[in-house]
Design a protein around this ligand. Structure first.
Ligand code: ATP
Length: 306
């Protein structure tokens, strides 16, 4: 038997980062938003776990035990008592180390696909519990939509009355990724330098009201990301990318998560095509992608008995 699923990328519409905790982590309050941009993951029975990648984007992903997809195979095996008998094949369309949570998407996809392959029948809540142990964005990738994430991002609650009309995004991605821990370290350094008192993280009321109203321009005006100044410090050229998107008519522009991808909100589908063309010719990034949101979480595409 072989099982194929899709798993979405995300942008953070709002990302508030609390103070550095003694255990080295930060509490966050974020609004996750799943994109139609996705990886496709196929799992097959195999005598031992393995992963292969079909890279449709620039970037390097380990094809050994460091691949988070294999961590997911093993985590599900441990929880269910099943042998980790699965080979994983990933068609990688989500740029790597890009702030779009591509690795998390793959892990979430593997949990759903192996649960189906092995007929282990865990409910979504239990998969979400395993997901939380794999990474802070994995539980969201399972569920998709637009959700508030707290804790390290793994405690999820739906955003009420999210817009029914899709949002149209243009993503400017870079072939050279940014390390998420390095961006958090840069944020801590910047906060130390200014001696700024750091509040507990909170989702902005302005953003929640904008999402409730479903108004693109209001949402664009309410996009926030505490990690953006830190990503800009590590990659100053991103300022030019953000400006190029705004000059090309984007209604909103933000660094996605820990970057370096920049996410631009377009007024509608037609506008997103124009925006993508202009950004491509501006020479400020390696790849330009279009996507809509909110998208579904992990979806089973096919189950084939061989
Ligand atoms: P996040 O925002 O969740 O921190 P990201 O989107 O910035 O993540 P990823 O694409 O998830 O970044 O990659 C982060 C790191 O994880 C990369 O250095 C990559 O080599 C490694 N990695 C391991 N497995 C995978 C995978 N299946 N897909 C992508 N990256 C992976």
């Amino acid at each position: 038997m072989s099982v194929t699923v899709t798993a979405p990328a995300k942008v953070n519409l709002g990302l508030s980062v609390g103070p550095l905790r003694p255990d080295g982590y930060h509490e966050i309050a974020t609004v996750f938003h799943a994109l139609s941009l996705h990886d496709t993951i196929t799992v097959d029975h195999a005598s031992e776990p393995s992963v292969t990648m079909d890279m449709r984007v620039l970037g390097v992903v380990p094809q050994d035990a460091d691949n988070i997809a294999l961590s997911a195979v093993n985590a599900l095996a441990v929880r269910t008592g099943h042998q980790p008998h699965a080979s994983v094949h990933i068609v990688k369309r989500i740029p790597v180390a890009a702030g779009l949570a591509g690795g998390s998407a793959d892990a979430a996809g593997v949990l759903v696909a192996c649960n189906e392959l092995w007929q282990t029948g865990l409910p979504l809540a239990e998969l979400a519990d395993i997901a939380a142990g794999l990474g802070s964005d994995v539980a969201f990738a399972l569920q998709g939509g637009t959700m508030v994430g707290t804790g390290r991002g793994e405690r999820l609650a739906p955003v009420l009355a999210a817009p029914s009309a899709p949002l149209h995004w243009v993503i400017a991605a870079s072939g050279a990724g940014l390390s998420t821990p390095a961006v958090y370290r840069a944020l801590d350094e910047m906060r130390d330098e200014t001696g700024q008192h750091v509040e507990e993280p909170a989702v902005s009321m302005e953003l929640m009201l904008a999402l409730r109203a479903g108004d693109v321009r209001q949402i664009a005006a309410a996009l926030t990301n505490d990690l953006q100044p830190a990503a800009l410090r590590l990659r100053p050229a991103l300022a030019r990318t953000l400006q190029a998107g705004l000059d090309a008519g984007a209604v909103g522009a933000i660094v996605s998560g820990s970057g370096p991808s920049c996410a631009f909100l377009a007024a509608d589908a037609e506008h997103s095509v124009d925006l993508a063309v202009e950004l491509s010719s501006a020479g400020v990034c390696d790849t330009v992608l279009r996507a809509t949101g909110p998208a579904h979480g992990v979806q089973v595409q096919s189950v084939q008995s061989l």
